[in-house]
Design a protein around this ligand. Structure first.
Ligand SMILES: [Zn+2]
Length: 49
């Protein structure tokens, strides 16, 4: 049984779902969630690190 999670934004694959979400947060921070994308964008502009 090969349970592999492939990133929907690139061709990388990860064994665990945690690694995939971690990768997406790092490599595709804006494309992670369409629902909260706009809100996050506005919040990030107000509170830049
Ligand atoms: Zn990716």
């Amino acid at each position: 049984m090969t349970d592999v999670h492939q990133c929907p934004h690139c061709e990388l694959r990860f064994v665990s779902r945690n690694e995939l979400s971690d990768h997406m947060a790092l490599e595709h921070p804006r494309a992670v969630d369409d629902d909260t994308a706009e809100l996050d964008d506005q919040q990030q502009r107000g509170t830049q690190r």
